[in-house]
Design a binder for this molecule. Structure first.
Ligand code: ADP
Length: 629
């Protein structure tokens, strides 16, 4: 600040005012940063100081004290709000005794801390006191802040000096580590850290030296008594020193470890439980089969009961298998095959596995699958399990008569499978939770079909094992759900330009006729074949089948044997007599598989005899054989 001329020493405004020694001293007086003034202390008859008159003040006086235009004014006339009594006592004693004083004091009215030197000038009778002072409010604040940092118990603060030796530490750290302050001084980080955590500390040291600060780290510290505690620390370089802040997180770390152990025990328990549950299931299944085979056909009620028990047993087996899978994944024991698999095959298998559940609730399943092949690396069974889970959830959590959509989008590097439904939806805030183990969003009392909350967790883990991801979207309750699985694509040999590969693939691109009076059976088989990339036509009896052979000219025809109007055997005989029928590969599809049945179909001109219900692998095998693979 530019000194104001009003503070200049000369000319002396009052009689008896001491003149400052001239020249350099005057310059020093003006230039110093400290406030400086000369006061004449006025005493009463009893020798008590009653007031003080400001005779001189240097330019810094105003900045340091906050008081303006003091020269020639009495202390009592200044806005000192009672503080003048205190200072008059101090200055009076200096004037009387000639003893200089040095003190730090706070002036409440000025709201400042001062560092004050007061000394007598001239003879005792002149009662002149020189006061040199500076505003130390800022320094005091910093000291107070540091003092509270020192006293704080929740955060340990360590000051590292040269060669990373401890030069100071606050009460918090001393309490955490069990050292007295003097004992802690000069310790090194190596002495405070167990050997297995030296690497952590070394990293932090390098980081703070290179970057000036560190990220937070966790490590163990050693107490004076040799016991250990966990700390979360970070450090910062300040000048030549490094300050480290540390929180004692021992309780949290112990709780985490206890949780981990409990989780491990839970996984072990689940694995044992699943094994134990599985053991009795096989004999129950066999027992039911024996009952079915030995009961007379007319024992309707017991046979129906066996059917119900069989279906419930299937459900139980699925739950136990899911439990086992989860336990295995948790223990890192699940191994997946790494084959190049066609997503069409995967999806076909998933649709087949869930078709019954979808049909049972009269849902409409829409498929949007491009003709283009799409391969991923992985495990056909496990991937089929992923999409079966998603499809069966869509069926479960959609009220009867809903719509389920299965779409495959092929991107340059990834395949995107989307399964959407028009079901009960998932509230936004619950959407991330659905992939957690045992999480169930909906109230099972209202949605009786709910399971154990394992399926989506399994989906998540299996997709992850395949290098992919799964996400969910829903606009909320009643708005349906969309699950999207992304899997990295691989370029399969056929796409890599192997000219023979397309031909070697027997399944793609055939014209196939299906004749079956059971519309559901015909439709699901058609769906499976369409997923495989074939063109499919259907007929509901032998007569229609013959007509379709003429106009559709199929490569392969699947004919049900027992159909109304004209059965499969007669239809086959007639088809073989047609010009378009010679080259058709005929497949008998029937519930009867005894040798006599096979002879009859062969005699009627069938190339193959398959027994219902047809599994996806049996179908694939048949197609391979028909194409001579
Ligand atoms: P659950 O055996 O209970 O079906 P999942 O892990 O398969 O277990 O699913 C977890 C929860 O996510 C379910 O309980 C259900 O509340 C919700 N959920 C899963 N799929 C759907 C869906 N398609 N629509 C609505 N909610 C769903």
């Amino acid at each position: 600040m530019k000194p104001s001329p009003i503070h200049r020493c000369a000319p002396a405004p009052h009689p008896g005012t001491p003149c400052m020694p001239g020249g350099e001293y005057q310059a020093l007086f003006d230039a110093t940063d400290e406030g400086f003034c000369i006061i004449r202390v006025l005493f009463d008859a009893a020798g008590e100081p009653v007031d003080g008159l400001f005779l001189r003040a240097n330019p810094s006086f105003e900045r340091q004290s906050g008081l303006r235009d003091v020269i020639g004014r009495h202390m009592r006339a200044l806005p000192l709000a009672g503080d003048e009594e205190h200072w008059l006592r101090v200055f009076g004693s200096v004037a009387r005794s000639g003893q200089a004083i040095h003190m730090s004091d706070r002036s409440e009215p000025l709201g400042r801390w001062f560092d004050v030197h007061a000394f007598r000038i001239g003879q005792a009778g002149q009662a002149l006191v020189g006061v040199r002072f500076s505003d130390i409010t800022h320094r005091r604040r910093v000291e107070e802040r540091l003092g509270s940092v020192r006293r704080i118990k929740t955060v340990g603060v360590l000051f590292w000096g040269e060669h990373f030796r401890l030069v100071d530490a606050n009460d918090g750290f001393l309490e955490m580590s069990g050292y007295a302050r003097e004992e802690a001084l000069d310790l090194t980080w190596q002495q405070l850290t167990p050997a297995e955590f030296h690497a952590v500390s070394r990293n932090a040291v390098q980081e703070v030296m290179a970057l000036g600060e560190t990220a937070p780290y966790e490590k163990q510290y050693i107490r004076k008594d040799g016991s250990r505690w966990w700390g979360l620390f970070a450090a910062r370089r300040i000048g030549d020193e490094v300050v480290e802040f540390v929180l004692d997180v021992t309780t949290r770390k112990c709780a985490e470890e206890a949780l981990r152990q409990a989780d491990r025990r839970k996984d072990e328990f689940l694995a044992t439980l699943a094994h134990e549950l599985r053991n009795p299931l096989a004999p129950i299944r066999n027992g039911l089969q024996i009952l079915r085979l030995t009961l007379p056909r007319e024992a309707e009620a017991p046979l129906r009961t066996i059917g119900i028990m069989d279906r419930q047993l299937d459900h139980l087996v699925r739950l136990v298998d899911d439990l086992l899978d989860i336990a295995r994944i948790g223990a890192g024991k699940v191994r997946i095959e790494r084959d190049v698999v066609s997503l069409r095959d995967v999806l076909a298998r998933s649709v087949e596995a869930t078709q019954a559940a979808i049909d049972a609730k009269r849902h409409r399943l829409e498929l949007e699958l491009p003709q283009e092949e799409c391969h991923v690396e992985g495990d056909l069974d496990r991937l089929a399990q992923v999409f079966s889970n998603l499809l069966s959830n869509a069926a479960k959590y959609t009220p009867p008569g809903g719509r389920i959509r299965l779409e495959l989008n092929i991107r340059e590097r990834e395949a995107l499978v989307r399964i959407s439904d028009t079901g009960i939806g998932i509230p936004k805030e619950q959407q991330q939770r659905v992939f957690e183990l045992f999480s169930q969003v909906h109230d099972h009392e209202r949605h009786a079909e709910g399971g154990l909350g394992i399926g989506l967790s399994l989906v998540h883990s299996l997709v992850k094992l395949h290098g992919g991801s799964v996400t969910v979207e829903s606009d909320g309750p009643g708005q349906g759900s969309h699950f999207c699985v992304r899997l990295p694509r691989v370029v399969a040999p056929a796409q890599a330009g192997d000219a023979g590969a397309e031909e070697a693939r027997p399944a793609a691109g055939c014209r196939i006729l299906i004749a079956d009076d059971n519309a559901d059976a015909a439709e699901t088989l058609a769906m499976l074949l369409e997923i495989e990339g074939h063109e499919v036509a259907t007929a509901c009896d032998g007569i229609e089948a013959i007509a379709r052979v003429k106009d559709f000219r199929p490569d392969i025809a699947f004919l049900d044997i027992g159909m109304p109007v004209m059965g499969g055997l007669e239809a086959a005989r007639q088809i073989r007599g047609l010009p378009a029928g010679e080259r058709v590969r005929l497949v008998a599809l029937t519930g009867w598989g005894q040798p006599g049945d096979r002879e009859r179909t062969a005699a009627a001109g069938f190339d193959l005899h398959l027994v219902k219900p047809l599994t996806a692998s049996a179908l694939q095998e048949a197609l391979d054989r028909l194409r001579g693979k």
